[in-house]
Write a protein that binds this ligand. Structure first.
Ligand code: KIV
Length: 262
C-alpha cells in the first residue's frame, strides 16, 4: 500500500485502518489485510497505562513504530506525531516528522488540528513527508476540551470542522481522520473534500474506519467508548488461560512429559 493507492480508494472501496504498537499486533493486522496501520499515540493509554496521550514522546513513538515496521509487509504505516512535537513551530515539526520517517522507515505521519496547522502541514508535505490530518475530537487538546465527548454537535463547531477539513486539504493532507463527530457532519465533511476521510465514532458515511487494536479485540476494558465494537474478548480469554496455568503449576499437572526434555 502507498499513499496514492489510499487516495484512489475514495468513492471506490472503503479503507480499513487499525492501530498497532509492536511486531505482534502489526503482524495480526497486516496478515488480516488491513489497508493502513496507525502507530497511534493512543499507545500512551493502552500500552503505557497513562490517562491521556499528552505524555507520549517522539522517541517512544519511534520505538513502537520500528517494531510495527518489522511486522508489516503490505499495509501503509502512519505514525502519530505526539503532543508538542509539532505545535511550537513548523521548523521543529518538519525536523520531528523527518526523524520519525528516517528512524522508523514508516510511510507517513499524522497530526491533530485544523486551519491553525495548515502552515505546518504544508511545510512537512513540502519536505516530502505525507501527512494524515485529524479533526473532531483531538485527544491532544483534552485539557482545552475538558472531556472526551463528541465534537461538532453545535452549528459553530460543525462549521469549523468543515472549514478546517478544506484548509488542511489545501495544505496537502492525503486523508483526514474524523474522530467522535455526528454522522451527518462526517458525511458533509466527506463530501466537501477530495481526500479520503477515515472515521472513528463518526458513523458510516466516511471513506474508511479506524479502531484501536486493544479496543476492538477486547484487550483493554478500563472504559469503552460508544463507538467501539468488540470483535473479540481476548482479555477475558487471557485471564482464564493464566488462571488455568497458575492452577496447573500449583497442583503439579504442568508440565507433563509432552512439555519436558528427556
Ligand atoms: O492515537 C490513535 O489511536 C488515534 C486514533 C484514535 C485515530 O489517533
Amino acid at each position: 500500500m502507498n499513499v496514492p493507492q489510499i487516495v484512489a480508494m475514495k468513492d471506490k472501496e472503503k479503507i480499513s485502518m487499525l492501530t498497532a504498537y509492536d511486531y505482534t499486533s502489526a503482524r495480526i493486522a497486516d496478515e488480516a489485510g488491513i489497508d493502513i496501520i496507525l502507530v497511534g499515540d493512543s499507545l500512551g493509554m493502552v500500552m503505557q497505562g497513562k490517562t491521556s496521550t499528552i505524555p507520549v514522546t517522539v522517541d517512544e513513538m519511534i520505538y513502537h513504530a520500528k517494531m510495527v515496521k518489522q511486522g508489516t509487509k503490505n499495509a501503509l504505516i502512519v505514525v502519530d506525531m505526539p503532543f508538542m512535537s509539532y505545535q511550537a513551530d513548523y521548523v521543529e515539526a518538519v525536523k520531528n516528522a523527518g526523524k520519525i520517517m528516517k528512524e522508523t522507515g514508516c510511510d507517513a505521519v499524522k497530526l491533530e488540528g485544523g486551519r491553525e496547522f495548515a502552515v505546518t502541514i504544508n511545510a512537512i508535505v513540502s519536505a516530502g513527508i505525507p501527512v494524515m490530518g485529524h479533526l473532531g475530537l483531538t485527544p491532544q487538546s483534552i485539557n482545552i476540551f475538558g472531556s472526551y465527548k463528541a465534537r461538532g454537535k453545535n452549528e459553530k463547531e460543525a462549521k469549523k470542522i468543515i472549514e478546517d477539513a478544506k484548509y488542511i486539504q489545501e495544505a496537502g493532507v492525503f486523508s483526514i481522520v474524523l474522530e467522535s463527530v455526528p454522522k451527518n457532519l462526517a458525511k458533509k465533511v466527506t463530501q466537501s473534500v477530495s481526500v479520503p476521510t477515515i472515521g472513528i465514532g463518526a458513523g458510516v458515511h466516511t471513506d474508511g474506519q479506524v479502531l484501536v487494536f486493544h479496543d476492538m479485540l477486547g484487550l483493554f476494558d478500563d472504559f469503552k467508548p460508544k463507538f467501539v465494537k468488540r470483535y473479540a474478548h481476548l482479555k477475558k480469554e487471557a485471564v482464564e488461560a493464566v488462571k488455568t496455568y497458575t492452577k496447573e503449576v500449583k497442583e503439579g499437572s504442568f508440565p507433563t512429559d509432552e512439555h519436558s526434555y528427556e
